[in-house]
Design a protein around this ligand. Structure first.
Ligand SMILES: Cc1ncc(C[n+]2csc(CCOP(=O)(O)OP(=O)(O)O)c2C)c(N)n1
Ligand SMILES: [Mg+2]
Length: 355
């Protein structure tokens, strides 16, 4: 029978779970300084993350979603985007956000319930963390459309989880991006879980990458715990988008080593054994072992790095805790550029009565 069409989904990996090199390394990965700076950025993210969970546990932060085990994806994204590209992060992309100049204090303010933490002083054009699942996908496509109309060599970078790719917003966004050949890269952080729902239970698709095929553009898988693979393939997708060749969907395969958020208890729906197995594939240890084999890393450097990252995080925490809370009436202040009269009246009443 003749075939209407056929497709393949490639899978990319350069440093495997035993920290062995498979295939010829891309140029950037031959440079020890580049790899150690990526290692540093992953370590900083992990130390920040651990501290944020501790702050929540001691009542100093609201519910917090950790990025434990997923640092390679985020840091790879942050390491190659250009300053005037626009990032549309979901809630596990701290590594990318820090590299783009978002302050740790801002992230802490945000999860502490203070919207000033969304008003990034560094990357002014980046979008804030998107908690509603996949709702930032049409925004990313809209921004990419504007970039194309204005003939700018800029790229919109959208990041979401595996579960988010089952939402209508996601399908609508990839469809528009494909038909208009927009400068947007979709990165799916496939951590195998959408809260307590396994990846296999929430989409019948063999891979998430192949969802791009239906939208008319390329999809591929990368080992999301191999920062070399994520960075290399993401760089190519960025270049392609910048050159007017349209979107790419990158499915980065990783694993959520933490609870879904601090409000979750993952031991209720998955085994310790499963999690233990995935600890052997995690991205920081993988790169550390590789750098050590290359004589680019040792215990002394490791200790110094942990201390340096720890003090950077502590400073940010001090700055966060020392930030005076907003006045309660500020809840009226951010929705509209100019406040409607009924809201103005409510604000006045609140100031008089306190309710
Ligand atoms: C529109 C919407 N529906 C439901 C939720 C509740 N919710 C929060 S996280 C989540 C699962 C997301 O899973 P995935 O996209 O795989 O991202 P992950 O948290 O695993 O990184 C859901 C359903 C939400 N935040 N927004
Ligand atoms: Mg997920």
């Amino acid at each position: 029978m003749p075939k209407a069409t056929s497709f393949t989904i490639p899978y990319f990996q350069w440093i495997n779970e035993k920290s062995e090199v498979v295939g010829e390394l891309p140029k950037f990965a031959e440079d020890a300084d580049t790899l150690t700076s990526l290692y540093r950025a992953m370590m900083l993210t992990r130390i920040f993350d651990k501290k944020a969970v501790a702050l929540q546990r001691t009542g100093k932060l609201g519910t917090y979603p950790s990025s434990l085990g997923q640092e390679a994806i985020s840091v790879a994204i942050g390491s190659v985007m250009q300053a005037d590209d626009v990032l549309f992060p979901y809630y596990r992309e701290y590594g990318a956000q820090f590299m783009r100049g978002v302050k740790m204090k801002e992230i802490l303010l945000y999860w502490g319930g203070d919207e000033r933490g969304m008003d990034y002083q560094g990357p002014r054009k980046d979008f804030p963390i998107c908690v509603p699942i996949a709702t930032h996908a049409p925004h990313a496509v809209g921004v990419a459309y504007a970039m194309k109309l204005r003939q700018q060599r800029r790229v919109a970078v959208f990041v979401c989880g595996d579960g988010a790719t089952s939402k209508g917003d996601f399908y609508e966004a990839i469809n528009a991006a494909g038909i208009w050949k927009l400068p947007v890269v979709f990165i799916v952080n496939n951590n195998q879980w959408a809260i307590s729902v396994r990846r296999e239970s929430q989409t019948g698709s063999d891979t998430i990458a192949q969802k791009a095929i239906a939208a008319g553009f390329d999809g591929e898988q990368v080992d999301g715990n191999d920062i070399v693979a994520v960075r290399q393939q993401f760089q190519q997708a960025l270049d392609k988008a910048r050159d007017g060749q349209g979107p790419t969907l990158i499915e980065a395969i990783t694993y959520r080593l933490c609870d879904h958020t601090t409000a979750d208890d993952a031991t209720r729906y998955r085994s310790e054994e499963e999690v233990k197995q995935h600890w052997q594939r995690e991205p920081i240890l993988r790169l550390k072992n590789y750098l050590t084999q290359q004589n680019s890393w040792d215990n002394k450097k490791e200790k110094a790095l942990i201390a340096e990252c720890g003090s950077e995080v502590e400073k940010a925490v001090d700055a966060y805790l020392a930030t005076p809370a907003q006045q309660p009436e500020s809840m009226f202040d951010y929705m509209y550029e100019s406040m409607p009269h009924d809201l103005k009246a409510q604000r006045r009443a609140f100031l008089i009565t306190g309710k």
